[in-house]
Ligand binder design. Structure first.
Ligand code: TPP
Ligand code: MG
Length: 575
């Protein structure tokens, strides 16, 4: 045995310093999928527990996709980033599409991955001691994450670990927010650390700005002048305070709101100015559209709009700098925080109501209110119980078993519209989707949200395909182990409907339609609910008839209130 292995273990290691930095920065949980890179941390955590010292709670996550989805969910509801610790290159790869979601959703997450040790001759504590460390030594591990993170960095010395953690979190927490990815070799994590006792006030996120006076003036004049204004938003409700400001603006000027590709609750669905989730037909009539916080308010090639429609784009990232090809032809691209900007607009209009014709405004308000009531009538009619199962009826039953504070996660894909229409959310912070396009987010996200908001009920609405991609074995095991019970409703159309629908749009008279072949079926249907029972003792129920929906949902809700997750697998007509 060479001398290095009897080298003294420092009393305070880099791993200890990292623990302390995370605790100091308010990171309460580490979602962990470990490996041979973890002895320095495992030793540190055991020491901390033995000595009664504070450390983040370690949440064992059997799949990395679930780990980061949980951290994303936690930050989506609370604004507070959590840590995800994964195993070298392979663990990083398993973050997979969930890293895309966190990035696209602009959610702060602190990711740490081990690096294969850089010494092979036992020169240093932590050097290589296993064959796999050679296989895991790859050219560009950080490259796996680089396209989906705001910062990729390496901890290279035990002495400045804390500084780099604070810097990474400051960047993650500053708008546009997002995940950060740090790596470290075992040798560094075993080194002597340095506790800086940093004052976190000196690491606060970059301050946000609103609009300059000229822009406030131009925008308020344009809004007052418009005859058929429209507001489209997707994630304004990331800041709950913005919702009230948007309500004020829309009430004053009688402006309707469409939530397009909603990833947060942005505007109360029961408000008369809420006109649903589809931009058409309103977009086609509008003479002014104010987009606030949206990546894709509409699909440019598919949208019908007036030639003379004026577009104003207000967003923290109005050019979508991480999307290579993107364009919405806007008169102004306003880079500002929407909450500050809305307060400025409301303030401007408080001071100066000139230019508004009360009669015109009243007529517009009345017309919009009627549209809102007509929309609700249509929704109500479509949810009537039919002999066969419909997503509309199912969604209406879900509405009946939840309350205004229930957190709803929507990953119901082609049934997501039915879910949004029939399960209106009226309180900020009670409706979420992944903000990205990688399916499988909702299972892990529900765990994170329940950890952050234990008082709220949490319900996920998922397609059957999305459910399978969520790694349900890991999800329901974690939900039981960490006491985060939630209800899952599977909108089970026994296959992938989305690729079928889009093929029908692209080739309406083609072979696929004529032959009815779409390579999208999961028949014969699986007992997807039983997966959760096997993995985490969840209450599992398959439902085939409309009459069975309500009793199953109520039983599921009772199970959750008694501490057990529930999966209600509802069979819809097959795709
Ligand atoms: C990780 C991942 N894989 C594949 C896709 C492509 N995709 C988009 S929608 C969809 C179908 C999802 O099926 P399901 O959840 O059952 O919803 P449905 O289309 O049936 O409503 C697929 C596979 C994706 N978005 N993300
Ligand atoms: Mg499906």
């Amino acid at each position: 045995m060479s001398a290095n292995l009897i080298t003294r273990v420092p009393e305070y290691t880099a791993s200890d310093a990292l623990n302390d930095a995370l605790v100091n920065a308010g990171v309460s949980h580490i979602f962990l999928n470990s490996g041979t890179d973890y002895p320095p941390f495992i030793e540190s955590w055991a020491k901390y527990e033995a000595q009664g010292r504070l450390k983040p709670e370690i949440i064992i996550s059997p799949h990395e996709y679930v780990a980061i989805s949980a951290a994303q969910g936690y930050a989506q509801v609370s604004g507070r980033p959590q840590a995800v610790f994964v195993h070298v290159d392979v663990g990083t790869q398993n973050l997979g599409g969930a890293l895309h979601n966190a990035f696209r959703c602009r959610t702060p997450v602190f990711i740490l991955a081990g690096l294969s040790p850089y010494t092979i001759g036992r020169e240093l504590r932590g050097g290589r001691d296993s064959p796999i460390q050679y296989l895991q030594n790859v050219q560009d591990q950080a490259g796996i994450a680089r396209g989906y993170t705001k910062l990729c960095g390496e901890l290279r010395s035990g002495r400045n670990v804390q500084q780099l953690v604070y810097r990474a979190l400051q960047i993650a927490n500053s708008e546009p927010k997002g995940p950060v990815y740090m790596t470290a070799t075992r040798e560094v994590l075993e080194e002597e650390g340095l506790d800086t006792n940093a004052d976190l006030k000196l690491w606060s996120p970059a301050l946000l700005a609103g609009m300059d006076d000229g822009t406030v003036e131009r925008l308020s004049v344009a809004l007052k002048k418009a005859e058929k204004p429209l507001i489209v938003t997707s994630y304004l409700g990331r800041n709950k305070e913005s919702v009230g400001e948007l309500v004020r603006l829309c009430e004053r000027l009688a402006i309707p709101v469409i939530e397009a590709g909603q990833s947060y609750m942005n505007f109360p669905a029961d408000h008369p100015m809420h006109l649903g989730f589809m931009t058409q037909p309103l977009l086609g009539e509008a003479d002014l559209v104010l987009v606030i916080d949206s990546d894709i308010p509409w699909t440019p090639g598919m949208a019908e709009m007036r030639e003379d429609c004026r577009i104003f784009y207000l967003d923290i990232d109005p050019l979508k700098e991480d999307i290579p090809i993107w364009y919405i032809p806007s008169e102004m691209f306003i880079k500002a925080d929407s909450c500050i900007a809305l307060k400025q607009l409301n303030g401007r209009l408080d001071m100066d109501g000139r230019g508004l014709d009360p009669a015109l405004l009243a007529a517009r308000r009345e017309k919009l209110e009627k549209m809102h009531t007509d929309m609700l009538d249509r929704i109500k009619r479509s949810e009537k119980k039919q002999p066969g199962m419909t997503a509309e009826y199912l969604s209406s039953c879900i509405r009946e078993i939840i309350d205004d504070d229930t957190i709803v996660l929507n990953e119901a894909i082609t049934n997501g519209g039915a879910a949004m229409n029939h399960i209106p959310r009226v309180k900020p912070g009670t409706s979420f989707s992944s903000g990205g396009s990688s399916l499988g987010w909702s299972g892990g996200a529900a765990i994170g949200m329940k950890l952050a908001c234990p008082e709220n009920d949490v319900i996920t609405l998922t397609g059957d395909g999305a459910y399978m991609l969520s790694v349900p074995t890991a999800v329901y095991w974690m939900a039981r182990r960490y006491k985060t019970p939630f209800i899952t409703v599977i909108y089970n159309n026994q296959g992938w409907n989305a690729p079928k629908e889009i093929t029908k749009v692209q080739h309406p008279d083609g072979y696929a339609v004529r032959e009815n072949k779409f390579w999208n079926s999961f028949e014969p249907a699986s007992r997807l609910d039983l997966v959760a029972e096997a993995a985490g003792g969840a209450f599992a129920r398959m439902v085939t008839k409309p009459d069975e929906v309500m009793p199953a949902l109520l039983e599921g809700r009772d199970a959750v209130r008694n501490g057990t997750s529930a999966v209600i697998n509802v069979l819809l007509p097959p795709v």
